[in-house]
Design a protein around this ligand. Structure first.
Ligand code: FAD
Length: 437
C-alpha cells in the first residue's frame, strides 16, 4: 500500500451510551480485504449511507457500504431519536428553490417534510425492525412570542389538512401532558415520531444485507479514485464501482478541495437518567417527545425502559464538553424539579454537521461520484428523504436532486480554521436575538 494512505486514526468501537447498551444485536461485519466490484459503493454507515443502500438494493443494484468504525457509529447512533417534520433550512430552501420550481415551492417543501416519516414507517414494518417506534411530539413554548409562532404553525397544518393530527395546547392543557410548569403551551403533533435510532440503523443495514448489499466495518476510505471506473481505497482493499456515494457527513475528510469549508461540526450532548418507574408516567403520561422553541433548545423523551433521555445546547466551537451531565442536570431540574439530583446512568456526545444556510448539501464531485451531507441537527427524517433522492438520482431520475443541487452554499475559505469561530459568532448573535423575541 502507498505509505501516504494510512488511516488517520485507529478504527473506533461504539461510544458508551444508552443506545449502545440496549442494542438488539451488535454488528460484526468484516474489514474490507482485497478487491471487490459492485454497482455502487457508499462511504459511511450512518443513516445517509444505509438508507441510500436500502433504496438502491431494493431497485436491484449491487451495493457496498464501507464504514470507518461501526454501522451507526456517528450521529446516527447517538442522537435524540426525534423524527420531526422539519427540514431545518425550510426558509432558506423556500427562497432559493423559488428560482428553480416557482410557486410550487411551498407545496414541495410541505410534502417533503413528511416523506421521511413514511419511508421510516414503511421500512420498519416491511423488515420488522424493532426500534421502539412511537408517535407524538410536543413543540413547547417558553414565552408569549413562541406561542404566536406555534399558533401560525398550527394554522398552517390545519390549512394543509392535518386535522386532528395537530392540536394547540394552552397552559392548562399542558398539565395533562407533562409534569412540568415550564411551558405556556405547545403544538401537539401525532404524526411525528420517536425511536431508538441505533436499532433502526442496524435494522436497516440488515435489510440492505438481505437484499445482497456488502457491508464492511473498520474500513476507512482513504481515497476516492475518479474516472470512467471509479473506486474507493482502504488500507487493505479496494472497491471498484460504476458510481460512488460519499455519505460521511461531518466525520469525513475526503475531497477537501471541493468540500472543505462547507460543513462544520457542532458538538451535542445527551444524558439518560436511571429508570424512573412510576414517576416516568407522571412526568410524561402520553410518552411524547418534547422540544422547545428556542434556537438552541432542550429536547427529551422517555426511553422504552422509562429513563428520561435529555439533550440540550450545542457547542459550536466544535470542541467536546468535558462534563455533559454537569451541564444538562440543571436543565433537567428546571424542567422537572421532581428530578432534583437524579442519578445519571449514561452521558455521551457527538458531532453534528452544520451547514451555514441549513439546506442539506448534495452534489457531484465528478461524473459518477456523488455526495450528500449536512442536516444541521434534523437528520433522522431528512437522511431518509435524501437516501431516496440520491437513489433516484443514481438510477437516472434527477428531479428532486437537481432542485437541491441547484441551491447555493457558502464555502468558508480556510474553513478548518475560521469555520467554527464564525459559526460560534453566528450562534451567539441568534441567541442574543432570541432574548429579544
Ligand atoms: C447529539 C445529537 C442529537 C441529535 N438529535 C437528533 C434528533 O433528535 N432528531 C433528528 O432528526 N436529528 C438529530 N440529530 C442529527 C442526526 O443524528 C444526523 O443528522 C444524522 O444522523 C446524520 O447521519 P449521517 O449518516 O449523514 O452521518 P453520521 O451518522 O455521522 O455517519 C457518518 C458515518 O460515516 C463514517 N465515515 C466518515 N468518514 C469515513 C471514511 N473516510 N470512510 C468510511 N466511513 C467514514 C463515520 O464513521 C460515520 O459512521 C442529532 C445529532 C446529534 C449529534
Amino acid at each position: 500500500m502507498n505509505a501516504a494512505l494510512q488511516p488517520a486514526t485507529a478504527a473506533a468501537e461504539r461510544c458508551k451510551s444508552y443506545y449502545s447498551a440496549t442494542l438488539n444485536e451488535e454488528t460484526n461485519y468484516p474489514t474490507l480485504q482485497g478487491q471487490v466490484s459492485v454497482d455502487v459503493v457508499i462511504i459511511g454507515g450512518g443513516f445517509t449511507g444505509v438508507a441510500s443502500a436500502v433504496e438502491l438494493a431494493e431497485r436491484g443494484l449491487k451495493v457496498a457500504i464501507v464504514e470507518s468504525n461501526k454501522i451507526g457509529w456517528g450521529a446516527t447512533g447517538r442522537n435524540g431519536g426525534q423524527v420531526t417534520g422539519s427540514l431545518s433550512g425550510d426558509e432558506a430552501m423556500r427562497k432559493q428553490m423559488r428560482n428553480s420550481i416557482g410557486e410550487e415551492v411551498d407545496d414541495f417543501i410541505w410534502h417533503l417534510r413528511w416523506r421521511g416519516h413514511d419511508i421510516i414507517k414503511n421500512r420498519v414494518e416491511k423488515y420488522g425492525i424493532q426500534c421502539d417506534l412511537k408517535h407524538g411530539h410536543l413543540h413547547a413554548a417558553m414565552k408569549p412570542s413562541h406561542m404566536d409562532e406555534l399558533k401560525s404553525a398550527y394554522e398552517e397544518a390545519q390549512r394543509r389538512g392535518m386535522g386532528d393530527q395537530v392540536s394547540l395546547l394552552d397552559r392548562d392543557d399542558m398539565r395533562q401532558h407533562l409534569g412540568s410548569e415550564l411551558y405556556l403551551g405547545a403544538v401537539k403533533n401525532t404524526r411525528n415520531m420517536h425511536l431508538h435510532p441505533l436499532n433502526l440503523c442496524i435494522g436497516e443495514a440488515k435489510a440492505a444485507e438481505s437484499l445482497g448489499a456488502l457491508i464492511f466495518e473498520h474500513s476507512e476510505v482513504l481515497e476516492i479514485v475518479h474516472g470512467a471506473n471509479p473506486a474507493v481505497i482502504t488500507a487493505h482493499g479496494r472497491i471498484d464501482a460504476k458510481q460512488v456515494l460519499l455519505a460521511g457527513d461531518v466525520y469525513h475528510k475526503l475531497e477537501p478541495k471541493k468540500l472543505k469549508g462547507k460543513i462544520f461540526p457542532a458538538m451535542g450532548g445527551i444524558v439518560t437518567t436511571k429508570p424512573l418507574g412510576e414517576l416516568a408516567k407522571q412526568l410524561n403520561p402520553q410518552d411524547l417527545a418534547v422540544y422547545d422553541c428556542r434556537f438552541v433548545l432542550d429536547y427529551y423523551r422517555m426511553t422504552a425502559d422509562g429513563r428520561l433521555l435529555f439533550g440540550g445546547g450545542a457547542n459550536y466551537s466544535g470542541r467536546d464538553s468535558r462534563d455533559i451531565a454537569g451541564e444538562l442536570l440543571p436543565c433537567i431540574e428546571r424542567t422537572f424539579p421532581q428530578l432534583k439530583g437524579v442519578q445519571i446512568d449514561f452521558q455521551w456526545s457527538c458531532a453534528m454537521g452544520i451547514v451555514v444556510n441549513r439546506i442539506p448539501q448534495l452534489g457531484k464531485l465528478s461524473d459518477n461520484v456523488w455526495y450528500c451531507q449536512g442536516y444541521s441537527g434534523h437528520g433522522i427524517a431528512t437522511t431518509h428523504i435524501m437516501g431516496e433522492i440520491m437513489a433516484n438520482a443514481l438510477t437516472g431520475t434527477l428531479g428532486h436532486y437537481d432542485t437541491f443541487a441547484a441551491c447555493k452554499h457558502i464555502k468558508v475559505p480556510m474553513g478548518d480554521i475560521f469555520g467554527n469561530p464564525m459559526l460560534a459568532a453566528g450562534m451567539w448573535y441568534y441567541q442574543m436575538m432570541e432574548k429579544l423575541r
